[in-house]
Design a protein around this ligand. Structure first.
Ligand code: ISE
Length: 336
């Protein structure tokens, strides 16, 4: 491999486009060698923005390209697991956007493929692991200065959704991040969930406007995840860990508090691309570095799979209105 890491990006929409631009503008040691999208014009635009990448209409052909050292998957969620398995079969490192799969069963097949190959090749795009606010809260909790971690809380505010999301859309598309943050920041597995949700109207009982998930961790610690899928004003994410003698809490906003004309105002980010701008760049930098060093780090396929098992349980609980136990198998040795 030359000093430059050649990346193929699958999906030239908002997320894939952002990854491609970050690779081009922010990561000196990488270039976008190839880009794939079923919308040729969209792929051409991103390719031109990235200095003239090869354009593919077929994801398998991009993965097989010998000039591609690593693959970013930012295609629609339903393609994630299968494309990740294709990368594993080709022996190529892959950064797959969340969710790794559409359910636990599909996630299990990714794990089987990676275990069969005998080494980690997959990083999952749980980019909260690179967000300075999440990291700061975790650092305080891990330091032990507030005693044992008792309760994890997260509040996830989406500005809106294209149409009326169902419970599965909100859990797999949004809350899956917080499920991962809960496991990662508390350093333990979730053993039980109980989900309640509010539909957009009584006439649309399957829609999910606001979702609340109560968690229990293996040690007995507790958690609470909230997601407003359609807040109508902006995007906010906050997390906290309550310990025995204190609470570490991230501020939801990075903008200054402005006092003027008898009012206090604070600007709210429009979406996750703004809020997590730094995290996406740091995630990409770390992933490219790991490819250059011939190792795989960051959130693993196992993390992606565990999150899907919890997500499945959250959906089952929301539908049945009953608590659901999470049955996580033993972690294969390649995941440490
Ligand atoms: C979006 O797809 C993301 O990945 C964001 O991080 C998340 O906060 C948002 O809810 C999702 O829709």
């Amino acid at each position: 491999m030359s000093d430059t890491v050649n990346i193929g990006v699958i999906g030239a929409g908002g997320m894939g486009g952002r990854h491609a631009v970050n690779l081009t503008d922010e990561i000196g040691s990488a270039r976008v060698a190839a880009i794939m999208d079923v919308d040729a014009a969209r792929a051409e635009d991103v390719a031109a923005r990235c200095g003239g990448s090869k354009v593919y209409a077929d994801a398998e052909a991009l993965i097989a390209d010998p000039d591609v050292d690593g693959v970013v998957i930012a295609a629609p969620n339903r393609f994630h697991a299968e494309l990740t398995r294709t990368c594993i079969a080709a022996g190529k490192p892959v950064l797959c956007e969340k969710p790794l799969a559409t359910d636990g069963e599909e996630g299990r097949r990714v794990i089987e493929a990676e275990v069969r190959g005998g080494r980690r090749l997959t990083q999952v795009g749980f980019m909260r692991e690179y967000d300075p606010d999440h990291l700061a809260v975790k650092r305080v909790s891990d330091s032990g200065e507030q005693g044992r971690a008792l309760v994890f809380r997260s509040v996830h505010i989406n500005p809106g959704w294209n149409d009326f999301p169902g419970l599965g859309d909100v859990v797999n598309g949004s809350l899956v991040h917080d499920i991962h943050s809960a496991r990662w920041m508390m350093g333990e597995e979730i053993s039980r969930v109980y989900t309640s949700y509010l539909p957009f109207s009584p006439a649309m009982p399957d829609s999910a406007r606001y979702v609340v998930v109560q968690l229990q961790f293996e040690s007995g610690s507790l958690g609470n995840l909230e997601c407003n899928s359609d807040a109508g004003y902006g995007y906010e994410i906050s997390v906290s860990i309550t310990g025995e003698s204190g609470v570490a809490q991230s501020g939801p906003l990075s903008s200054p508090v402005v006092r003027r004309s008898n009012a206090i105002r604070q600007w709210v980010e429009e979406d996750w691309l703004q809020r997590f701008r730094v995290a996406y760049i740091d995630e990409m930098r770390a992933w490219v570095k790991s490819i250059g060093e011939g190792r795989t780090a960051g959130p693993s396929a196992w993390d992606g799979y565990a999150a899907m098992l919890v997500a499945d349980a959250c959906i089952e609980s929301g539908v049945s209105s009953k608590p659901v136990e999470v049955d996580l198998p033993d972690r294969p040795s390649i995941y440490g």
